[in-house]
Design a protein around this ligand. Structure first.
Ligand code: NAD
Length: 325
């Protein structure tokens, strides 16, 4: 998170924390109690200028609302203590879609460099949760052909393009991707090596590894998930000439709009959704240009360019504060 927030130039550091459990196995009341007790244990460690939690895998706006409520019992009403909360409690318009939307802006920036656009290409998307479903929806709206989608319940493919709006309705109705009549079922593992132009992993870390990297057919990989490509796979894919847009830039849209939400809470002023999306696009596009400039000046690939940018910014600030060794 530290390098990610530095790449898009927002004034945050970074960390991740969580509870090791499967939320799907818990009732709503169990989830609430677990979240409240977690908050009781950490309320003195977090703070609106210290550490601001945001949702990630397995958590959502409701989780953040419970944290806000529990924290406020100790410290008074503090909307800025969490981001990704419901709009009614001071959440930002556009936050729910932000990571997916940022991934799509990042994809457009990369493709434009190569004289291509979303509507000319085919996409395979792993994961159909918050990030994956928004990526799929926005690519579909922009005329891109989403030819394969998977999640924990299964996978679906359609070489003519999946109607994502219908798939979303099916998922909402049945809770699963299974038995969708707008495509054929496929093995979920096959998705990663499916014939497509752009592969977008939006689920777990480490899904591209030495077992499957050589079989990947995509020309571009957009890392919407955190750390989907392990270092061995990275080497294999780079040798094959696959262009990888790294996670620390590609999925930074979520934390960027978390920052916008925090800014709105601190100012007590709510932006409209158009402004949120416009600013998100500005941050993502500028981030891409800065990564590209690093790649040019250091003659390196996008991952190395993004890390060089992030680490350099943190190093420069550290030196300016007089913390040189
Ligand atoms: P989520 O819990 O909403 O969705 C996860 C999705 O992955 C679900 O559709 C689930 O079915 C699917 N999945 C799980 N195991 C799978 C498997 N073995 N094969 C195929 N699909 C599988 O989570 P999310 O918020 O969408 O996060 C997805 C990824 O994006 C994570 O790596 C997360 O760290 C990263 N990310 C999320 C955000 C955010 O704002 N939500 C921001 C940055 C990065």
């Amino acid at each position: 998170m530290t390098w990610k927030t530095a790449v898009v130039d927002i004034p945050y550091g970074g960390a991740k924390g969580g509870i090791g459990c499967n939320p799907k196995d818990l009732s709503k009341s169990e989830l609430e109690r677990l979240t409240r007790v977690f908050t009781q244990k950490i309320h003195d460690l977090i703070g609106i200028h210290t550490d601001v939690p945001a949702p990630d895998m397995g958590t959502n706006a409701q989780t953040m609302a419970w944290i806000l409520d529990e924290y406020s019992k100790f410290h008074g009403h503090s909307p800025a203590i969490v981001t990704g909360k419901p709009i009614d409690l001071g959440g930002s318009l556009g936050r729910e879609a932000a990571t997916g939307r940022g991934v799509v802006y990042a994809t457009e920036a990369l493709l434009a460099e190569h004289g291509k656009s979303i509507k000319d290409l085919t996409f395979a998307i792993q994961g159909f949760g918050n990030v994956g479903s928004w990526v799929a929806r926005l690519i579909h709206e922009k005329g891109g052909k989403v030819i394969a989608v998977s999640d924990i319940t299964g996978a679906v493919k359609n070489p003519s393009g999946i109607d994502i709006k219908e798939l979303l309705k099916h998922k909402e109705r049945t809770g699963s991707l299974k038995d969708f009549n707008g495509g054929d079922a496929m093995d979920a593992h096959e998705l990663l090596v499916h014939e497509c132009d752009v592969l977008i992993p939006c689920a777990l870390g480490g899904v591209l590894n030495r077992e499957n990297a050589a079989e990947v057919k995509a020309k571009y990989i957009i890392e919407a998930a955190n750390h989907p490509t392990d270092p061995e796979a990275d080497e294999i894919l780079c040798k094959k000439g696959v262009l990888i847009l790294p996670d620390i830039y590609a999925n930074a849209g979520g934390v960027t709009v978390s920052y916008f939400e925090w800014v709105q809470n601190i100012q007590g002023f709510m932006w409209d959704e158009e402004k949120v999306n416009r600013e998100l696009k500005r941050y993502m596009t500028r981030g891409f240009q800065n990564v590209k400039n690093m790649c040019k000046s250091h003659d390196c690939n996008l991952r190395m360019g993004a890390f060089t940018l992030g680490v350099n910014r943190v190093a420069r600030s550290t030196v300016l504060r007089g913390w040189e060794a």
